[in-house]
Ligand binder design. Structure first.
Ligand code: GTP
Ligand code: ZN
Length: 207
């Protein structure tokens, strides 16, 4: 049948090798398509400066779309029992993402606050979660609500509040061309919804 020796149905298949061989196949396809786009916009993909460009773009995609390799719900990792039931804030977490409408970058800072209810997360995991959620095709609103929802799901805290600030290249470099315009999105869960003083405390801490 000319079966692919790396099909997972083959009992002798080395699964890791199978995944890698598919990754290589995808890499080749992506590079081929980038080369075609270069040609279609009127470039010569064989000129010196562009010969390596499809490969560079593919490698860049591996970085900027690395979120697809990660399940964001697993990123908070091991959580710890701790009886701190007061506000915890990690702010100014820089992110870079790609808008799903134009595949153009948007970037800025994420601020996360939550009130643990007996379990806390490692502080570095806040930034890992931001990476896992942002390094995909996204809209800023969804980054914001996904982070809040994952905190709620994994830590079951008394409440979570997330504020994301972003500058979208699709709005400055093209289209309406308004450099400097910032989008601010927030998501509030649990106690933050009903407690205005708590929201104010969080907002004053992230200023
Ligand atoms: N709500 C939201 N909109 C976004 C985000 N990133 C990009 N957009 C918007 O997505 C919209 C797509 O609108 P369309 O009218 O389909 O596309 P377009 O013709 O390229 O729009 P213009 O940018 O106005 O030229 C634009 O208004 C973008 O500003 C985001 O993170 N959240
Ligand atoms: Zn866009």
């Amino acid at each position: 049948m000319g079966a692919n020796p790396f099909e997972p149905t083959n009992p002798n298949a080395d699964v890791k090798h199978y995944i890698n061989s598919r990754a290589n196949e995808n890499a080749e396809l992506i590079e081929g398509h980038i080369r075609e786009i270069l040609r279609l916009i009127g470039e010569d993909p064989d000129r010196e400066g562009l010969v390596e460009t499809p490969k560079r773009v593919r490698k860049m995609y591996e970085e900027i779309f690395a979120g697809y390799e990660v399940d964001p719900r697993e990123v908070l990792g091991v959580t710890f029992d701790e009886r701190h039931e007061e506000l915890v804030v990690v702010k100014n977490i820089v992110y870079y993402s790609q808008c799903e409408h134009h595949m153009a970058p948007f970037f800025g800072e994420v601020h996360i606050g939550y009130i643990p209810s007996g379990r806390i997360a490692g502080l570095s995991k806040f930034a890992r979660l931001v990476e896992a959620v942002a390094r995909r095709l996204q809209v800023q609103e969804r980054i914001t609500s996904q982070i809040a929802d994952i905190f709620e799901e994994v830590l079951q805290p008394h409440g979570t509040m997330v504020v994301v600030e972003g500058e979208h290249l699709c709005m400055c470099a093209r289209g309406v061309k308004k450099p400097g315009a910032k989008t601010v999105t927030s998501a509030v869960r649990g106690r933050f919804r009903t407690d205005a003083a708590l929201r104010a405390e969080f907002l004053s801490l992230i200023r």
